[in-house]
Write a protein that binds this ligand. Structure first.
Ligand code: AMP
Ligand code: GLY
Length: 430
């Protein structure tokens, strides 16, 4: 099988890396990929994920059998519909099912309609109604969200009415706004894989969304990630499967929204049980970078089964067995100066000094090579350094030991990824 991974982030680097290891894949392409994917697959720099003609052309030219779509924007814009119309199998939802992620108003009504546990919410398209709702709920901690895609930056959790009001008013100029009750608890992400009929859940993981240590500062796309999540033990995960994952897949089938692809359940474990915060219709970034090293399986075979409706065979072969792999993986994102408020790109990266020992790995995001062959950054979240160990604490030590091996002007990272579960990491570059 010839697979193209669509996108250029660290998630796509991790996907290309994992696919390239399996026996069922003849060739892996990355469209357009980055300087990291070039080391494990063949980059197709002419591919622009938002220009479907370039994607289709690359598929024809390279005889690609299946496209695995990384980012949300092309899914929301209908890349899967465009590929299927040409007879090219694609892993991901069509435009209609992509609304589970691209419209929080849509996903909230879907959840409520099917009685799936989620935060109570009201949706507004006009400022008067929104402000009246805030006034009626003065004193409560609330969550204001942009309905559409916002790269992880469309949510404000606050008890300050003025702050909530101006955040929501800015969104209302271009989109609908959701106001939700603020759920208390701990967060966990579960990734479901489906061929449109059967589903299979991956081990629990979580990302760390805030920009600064101690979960302070603005929300980002994710500054780090861990897999597994210690409190998400087997009884908890069984409850997630029964109360959330299975009912959601059943509801998707009933509504004709089931698709071959990935569904990410962003959950809050509250005192009254797990509740859905959000859906993504794709792999998460930086969750994928820790999830894939934890899975002892041929990703190409899984992708093939998702594309061909053969996941039940794979699922029954695995039945009851956990995904055997290392004990823990911990990812630290290295970002450019000023992220998330601004982003510097084109900054030269010193030669990366992380040996491929199996203890740590570096996944690139949007890097490229300049005319002199040097790696230069692509801005925002530039790399994910992943440590792997017998447990999360060892994974964390190995990740942070490897972080100084990735250097460029203005680079920074959080120093406390996973520390809540592993204890503090040693002081170092901040
Ligand atoms: P979302 O994009 O909906 O996942 O929101 C991003 C982040 O905002 C989540 O990962 C949570 O940390 C936080 N968040 C979103 N909705 C809620 C909620 N109803 N209660 C508490 N925190 C929330
Ligand atoms: N880390 C969350 C996301 O991929 O959107």
């Amino acid at each position: 099988m010839r697979i193209m991974v669509l996108g250029s982030g660290a998630r796509e680097h991790a996907l290309a890396w994992k696919l390239a290891q399996g026996r069922s894949v003849e060739r892996v392409y990355a469209g357009p990929g980055n300087a990291g994917t070039a080391e494990v697959s063949e980059n197709l720099p002419v591919v622009d994920p938002m220009r479907f003609d370039t994607v289709k052309e690359a598929c024809r030219e390279k005889g690609i059998d299946c496209v695995l779509v990384g980012p949300e924007a092309p899914l929301a814009a209908g890349v899967v519909d465009a590929l299927r119309a040409e007879g090219i199998p694609a892993i991901g939802p069509d435009r209609s099912a992509a609304r589970l992620e691209a419209s929080k108003a849509f996903s909230k009504t879907f959840l409520v309609r099917h009685g799936i546990p989620t935060a109570e919410a009201a949706t507004f398209t006009d400022e008067a109604g929104f402000r009246a709702h805030l006034a009626a709920n003065r004193g409560r901690r609330l969550v204001v969200k942009k309905s559409g895609l916002a790269a992880g930056k469309g949510v404000l959790v606050s008890d300050n009415p003025a702050e909530l009001s101006s955040f929501g008013a800015a969104i209302l100029r271009e989109d609908a706004v959701l106001v939700e009750e603020c759920l208390e608890g701990w967060e966990v992400s579960v990734f479901g894989l489906s061929d449109g009929i059967t589903h299979l859940s991956l081990p629990p993981c979580t990302d760390f969304k805030r920009a600064r240590d101690g979960d302070q500062g603005p929300n980002t796309g994710g500054m780090g990630s861990i897999c597994p999540v210690p409190p998400a033990d087997a009884p908890f995960m069984a409850r997630v499967e029964t109360e959330i994952v299975c009912p959601v897949y059943e509801a998707l089938s009933r509504e004709g929204l089931a698709y071959p692809g990935v569904l990410y359940f962003g959950l809050m474990a509250t005192a009254s049980g797990p509740k859905v915060l959000e859906f993504n219709v794709r792999f998460g970034d930086p969750e994928t970078q820790v999830l894939l090293p934890m899975i002892d399986a041929d990703l190409g075979a899984i992708v093939g089964a998702m594309a061909n409706g053969g996941l039940s065979v794979l699922a029954s072969a695995r039945a009851g067995r956990p995904w055997a792999g290392p004990g823990g993986a911990l990812g630290v994102v290295i970002a450019s100066r000023g992220y998330p408020e601004k982003s510097e790109k084109g900054v030269p990266v010193e030669p990366i000094a992380v040996t491929r020992s199996g203890e740590a790995m570096v996944f690139h995001a949007s890097t490229s090579r300049d005319s002199g062959g040097r790696i230069v950054t692509g801005g925002g979240r530039c790399f994910t350094v992943v440590g792997i160990g017998d447990d999360l604490a060892e994974a964390g030590r190995r990740a942070y030991a490897a972080v100084p091996g990735v250097r460029f002007d203005g680079c920074w990272c959080r120093r406390d990824i996973g520390a809540r579960f592993t204890g503090p990491v040693e002081k170092g570059r901040s």
